[in-house]
Design a protein around this ligand. Structure first.
Ligand code: 13P
Ligand code: SF4
Length: 302
């Protein structure tokens, strides 16, 4: 089947089965181009909680499909490739978190959505890169634990006067961006606005003109009167940002920023998934209920 036929068959099946296709901003261009909605983690979570489709085909990584299942338990949530995981989400296991919570006696837990449903179920509230500062600031407590991303936690802590306990997790793709990469990018593109994702190290964030989520970067570029931008996140974002601003120029801060997990899903995988309904992600009810409380609290605070 050629690409055009595959795309048409997918769109027909989505219509017949009352299914919606969601894609994260890092997905391959051909997946984003056929999706009903592309977005950052927060936008996709909100969409998953509101859609009246029977089936959600989630083109992203496992924790994103789980979040959709947490929010819409009555729907079938499909992840076209079960091996699309997130190394950062794997850096916090429920037992280790239980131990840490016991040691910190009652300190609330703010959990990045890049985590398993079982970890969310042990959390007070979730956050994404788009709302982390609002969520942490919105909490009454002045002492909290943030998991699993130490960089995101340090970023939030730098914005307010609260005691934030860190977890030693990180995104291998964002954490590898260095000050040398930044210096080189600035030298190559001296006029460009430097946008950096908060999963990067604090020392790198301190050099940025703008720190925001993937969709935050798209909105910023759309609303700016500047014409050149350096994009400091996974390079998949270059596709939707260039599409949203065809007359502006975008450059990756580093070509090393490629997440292999975000690149696994192909058009054939999407077709197979919607045809066979294989690859369902379903969160068991005893985990879903407490996880729902943490995710819902986040959405209400956004
Ligand atoms: P956002 O799109 O929410 O900024 O997330 C980045 C990310 O790393 C998702 O895996
Ligand atoms: Fe996980 Fe980083 Fe890949 Fe996002 S970019 S899915 S945080 S490894």
């Amino acid at each position: 089947m050629n690409n055009q036929t595959t795309v048409e068959t997918i769109r027909n099946l989505l219509r017949e089965k009352n299914a919606v296709l969601l894609a994260h901003n890092y997905q391959p261009a051909e997946i984003q181009d056929i999706a009903d909605l592309c977005g950052d983690s927060l936008e996709l979570s909100i969409k998953a909680s509101k859609t009246d489709a029977d089936i959600i085909v989630f083109c992203g990584v496992h924790f994103m499909a789980e979040t959709a299942s947490i929010l819409s338990p009555e729907k079938t949530v499909l992840l076209p490739r079960s091996d699309s995981g997130c190394p950062m989400a794997d850096m916090v296991a429920p037992d280790a978190l239980r131990e840490k919570k016991a040691a910190l006696e009652g300190v609330p837990v703010v959990t990045y959505v890049n985590s398993s449903a079982a970890v969310k179920a042990l959390s007070t509230v979730c956050c994404t890169s788009a709302n982390v500062v609002a969520v942490v600031r919105g909490m009454d407590e002045t002492e909290l634990l943030m998991v699993p991303d130490r960089n995101l936690a340090m970023y939030a802590a730098s914005k307010m006067n609260k005691t934030v306990h860190l977890w030693e997790g990180y995104c291998p793709i964002h954490d590898r961006l260095t000050l040398d990469d930044i210096a080189k990018a600035r030298k190559d593109h001296p006029e460009a606005v430097l946008m950096i994702h908060p999963e990067c190290r604090l020392e790198v964030l301190e050099k940025a003109d703008v720190v925001t989520s993937t969709s935050g970067m798209i909105r910023y570029a759309e609303n700016s009167d500047k014409t050149e931008f350096l994009v400091g996140t996974e390079i998949g974002l270059l596709h939707p940002i260039q599409k949203a601003c065809p007359d502006k120029r975008f450059f990756p801060v580093s070509n090393k920023m490629i997440c292999p997990d975000m690149k696994r899903i192909s058009l054939e995988d999407v077709l197979n998934s919607i045809e066979t309904l294989e690859g369902e992600v379903k969160v068991p009810e005893h985990i879903r209920k407490p996880a729902y409380t943490a995710v819902k609290r986040m959405i209400d605070m956004s």
